[in-house]
Design a protein around this ligand. Structure first.
Ligand SMILES: C[S@@+](CC[C@H](N)C(=O)[O-])C[C@H]1O[C@@H](n2cnc3c(N)ncnc32)[C@H](O)[C@@H]1O
Length: 216
């Protein structure tokens, strides 16, 4: 099966691959306890934000990370949840509307991570999980770094090589980036603050790590 490059900087397909598979993705990641693992991660690693901070969830999918952020931050912030797939953005909008968090903190936007519709230095904190695996790593990281304020933070949950990741790669048609590449390319713009390995009993730990980095 071929890897799906969802977009280039100048050209995004009219619909993302995720317009077709977002329900399968949402179900898989709800069943595997991803949201709970994110809650536990944020309990021990509070998001590096303060009242009024601007946050971008880049490639938000069906909103699982956006919802975890809303649960983790108990003061007003401004979150933009962006995805290439319009159906996924609609799913995120619904999930946030049905949540008990501060729904008004979140804006929704269809857009391309490789060509973000934001000025330089727009966000204090950018989170991204499972999206950079659909694009050349350097291009994605360059664009995320562009929109982060100096000394702002990036939380990247890169897919790490494992048997589980290989199965996910086949099912969801992405390609992981090598951990060495992730570290080296992150270091072009950021200083790594923390590299967290999820506990082995959490399903997320079989395929992902969490890299918190600060823009230099
Ligand atoms: C594996 S899902 C991850 C969703 C979510 N971040 C999460 O943690 O549950 C990958 C998402 O990245 C989105 N994506 C892929 N390429 C993208 C691009 N160039 N711009 C914006 N979103 C993109 C897909 O549409 C999909 O919703």
């Amino acid at each position: 099966m071929e890897y799906v490059l969802t977009a280039t900087k100048t050209e995004a397909r009219a619909g993302s691959y995720y317009d077709k598979i977002w329900r399968l993705y949402d179900l898989t990641f709800k069943l595997n306890g991803y949201g709970r693992s994110l809650d536990q991660y944020f309990a021990s690693h509070p998001p590096p934000v303060s009242r009024g901070s601007s946050i971008l969830d880049a490639g938000c999918g069906t909103g699982l990370l956006t919802l975890a952020l809303l649960r983790a931050v108990n003061f007003p912030v401004s979150i933009t949840s962006l995805d290439l797939s319009a159906s996924s953005v609609t799913a995120t909008r619904k999930a946030v509307a049905q949540s008990e968090g501060r729904r008004s903190d979140v804006n929704f936007m269809q857009g391309n991570v490789l060509s973000l519709p934001f000025a330089d230095n727009s966000f204090d904190f950018v989170v991204t999980s499972g999206a950079l695996e659909y694009m050349p790593l350097e291009d994605g990281l360059n664009e995320l770094a562009r929109v982060i304020t100096p000394r702002g933070h990036l939380l990247h949950l890169p897919v790490r090589p494992s048997l589980t990741s290989t199965m996910l790669e086949i099912g969801f048609r992405f390609k992981h980036h090598s951990p060495r590449d992730v570290m080296q390319k992150t270091a072009h713009h950021f200083k790594v603050v923390d590299h967290f390995k999820f506990p082995p009993l959490q399903a997320i730990g079989w395929s992902k790590t969490a890299l918190l980095a600060q823009k230099i």
